[in-house]
Write a protein that binds this ligand. Structure first.
Ligand SMILES: [Zn+2]
Ligand SMILES: [Zn+2]
Length: 146
């Protein structure tokens, strides 16, 4: 496999993860798995919340794929890398930038501010329903208008 093909696999995995997260966030986390995800919808955030097990599950899946594909760096390795990269972006974006889990940082970037506004709207809902804006890197267009 060429560098280009491997890069494409990583990019497609990233986009796929955003779509997949959107779907499971909406239909599982705000559905049957709400009893876990609700720990992330409390007004007061604790440093560790039960909801973090979802990140751990993704990290485990990513590592497993990378491990399986490690010998010839086949597609499994690159899909695993894509999931890991998504996890890192998620961590910086969602935990760091949106929820200030470590320390706050300032920006005037329209995209970043839009994403943060949309996710704050998602968190306005302290109950299972109704909730909107399930994406992490994507949000409704209205949030990006000045
Ligand atoms: Zn949620
Ligand atoms: Zn959140």
């Amino acid at each position: 496999m060429s560098v280009l093909q491997n890069t494409l696999i990583v990019l497609i995995t990233l986009a796929g993860m955003e779509a997949f997260s959107w779907i499971i966030h909406k239909y599982l986390f705000h559905g049957p798995l709400w009893f876990i995800h609700k720990t992330h919808h409390r007004k007061q955030h604790t440093f560790f919340e039960l909801n973090d097990i979802f990140s751990l599950a993704f990290a485990f899946a990513a590592l497993l794929l990378m491990y399986k594909g490690r010998e010839i760096f086949d597609y499994r390795f690159w899909i695993g890398s894509g999931i890991s990269l998504y996890g890192i972006i998620y961590f910086i974006f969602h935990d760091g930038f949106i929820h200030n889990r470590f320390k706050s940082f300032k920006t005037s970037n329209t995209y970043l501010l839009g994403i943060r506004r949309a996710h704050k709207i998602h968190h306005k809902s302290l109950s299972k329903m109704p909730a909107s804006e399930f994406g992490l890197l994507s949000a409704s267009r209205k949030y990006f208008r000045k």
